[in-house]
Design a binder for this molecule. Structure first.
Ligand code: AMP
Ligand code: MG
Length: 421
């Protein structure tokens, strides 16, 4: 990996500086209570504490027989012990048979263990297993110790103990842990409401003819899907021509009618002649140069309480800008503990150049042939200045994020790859 000393320029923000400035004005949205069945994909606003002991009562870990340990402590295939079966305890049973010496209770997994029992003998350790469906059972193997195969009340969690911490994303496993602890509703942050506005007179919306001079519009579906994947709710998606009045009206509507917490625009932030976002919003949000590739021109500010992101229009730039700035902000709005994607450090399989003093976002494909040594190679032609190819993005497994000081990434170098789902 070749590096160069940093070039410093007061006009150029680092990615970290721009992101820090954004997060400084991004507080968590209010919490609301939702039933567990509707909580998937939401972020916990408050730590969940167990409502009951887990397990709730001493119960059997096996299908078998509840016994007195002392009765069977010496049982063996050559010296089996016969016990009288005095009860049948399926899961859900509330019976409380009293075990005296020589007695056993047939018990199924999860059923409450009688208070007098001191061990459970699994079916497999009896002579006929399930086939011995009669009044006696012959135990051929001793349980390891008193308490064997009994799950004790509160063994996993005591009522009141924390189950899932605030700031966690609720997925299937978190939801089931919460349900298992006797809790049926959770406090989650409200979903951020996002409006996506793509700008460009050249854009042909999906379903319209791509005549000469026009290109297929792709940022709307890109940005809306990326936002949704963070847990946000999309309240409006629109594409507008490079017309100041139309764009101004659309932004006003997103903020004041659609009630957007966040507006994400694409295009119109550079230094050309028809930069509609810059024309309309200069003075209300900040237009900055950020030391990254792609995605150098960035706009951000707060208008009437709404976070407004002006991303560059090139789809590869918009996608990288989303990763660097919008995604962390959408997660912060949800109070998420971690604002970064899972990151893997892998060796690169093919060299590429990285611009001096720009943090580079390179979509990469992972080669997982050797599970012990994944490698990464660019999914698109990285660093080409003549536009950033976008079709190749579809092959990307993640973004290699190359520090600003690096000028050449060589085969074998280790790079950080932010994994895409
Ligand atoms: P801009 O940032 O507006 O100068 O746009 C930069 C480049 O990205 C131009 O080639 C645009 O045609 C292209 N572009 C801008 N917006 C979109 C969009 N929504 N979908 C696809 N390409 C776009
Ligand atoms: Mg444009």
């Amino acid at each position: 990996m070749r590096t160069a000393p940093p070039l410093t320029s007061p006009d150029l923000l680092t990615v970290a500086e721009h992101r820090t400035a954004i997060l400084a004005v991004t507080g968590a949205l209010p919490a609301e209570s939702v039933p567990l069945g509707e909580a998937a994909g939401r972020t916990l606003a408050h730590t969940v504490h167990a409502a009951v002991d887990v397990p709730r009562f001493d119960n059997s870990a096996m299908d078998g027989y509840a016994v007195l340990f002392t009765d069977v402590a010496a049982a063996s295939p050559s010296d089996p012990v016969e016990l009288r079966v005095i009860a049948d305890l399926p899961a859900g049973s509330v019976d409380e048979p009293v075990l005296r010496p020589g007695f056993a209770a047939r018990i199924m997994t999860g059923a409450p263990v009688p208070r007098t029992a001191t061990a459970v003998v699994p079916l497999e350790h009896t002579r006929d297993g399930l086939r011995s469906w009669n009044d006696a059972v012959v135990v051929e193997r001793a349980p390891a110790r008193p308490g064997s195969h009994i799950r004790r009340r509160g063994e996993e969690l005591r009522a009141g103990a924390p189950v899932v911490p605030a700031g966690s994303l609720l997925g299937p496993l978190q939801l089931s842990a919460i349900a298992a602890s006797g809790v049926d509703a959770v406090s989650v942050t409200r979903r951020p409401r996002v409006a996506v506005v793509s700008t460009g007179s050249e854009l042909a919306a999906p379903g319209t003819e791509v005549s000469r001079g026009r290109i297929p519009e792709s940022n709307s579906v890109l940005l809306a899907s990326l936002c949704r994947a963070t847990g946000a709710e999309i309240v409006a998606v629109s594409t507008v021509a490079d017309d100041d009045a139309i764009f101004a009206a659309r932004i006003d509507r997103a903020i004041h009618v659609d009630g957007a917490d966040v507006v994400v625009t694409s295009g119109g932030v550079s230094a050309g002649t028809h930069e509609v976002v810059r024309n309309v919003l200069a003075g209300r949000i900040a237009f900055r140069s950020v030391a990254m590739q792609p995605g150098r021109p960035q706009a951000f500010g707060v208008i009437d309480g709404t976070l407004v992101f002006g991303l560059p229009g090139n789809p590869a730039s918009a996608a990288a800008s989303f990763e660097a700035f919008v995604r962390p902000a959408l997660l912060a709005l949800q109070g998420r503990q971690s604002l970064t994607r899972p990151t893997l450090r892998v060796a690169v399989a093919a060299a590429w150049r990285s611009p001096t003093d720009r943090e580079q976002y390179v979509p990469v494909m992972l080669d997982r042939t050797d599970p012990g040594a994944w490698t990464a190679r660019p999914a698109t032609v990285a660093g080409s200045s003549a536009g950033h190819p976008v079709a190749g993005l579809a092959n990307a497994d993640g973004y290699a994020v190359i520090p600003a000081s690096v000028t050449v990434v060589s085969a074998g170098d280790l790079v950080d790859v932010a994994l895409l789902p």
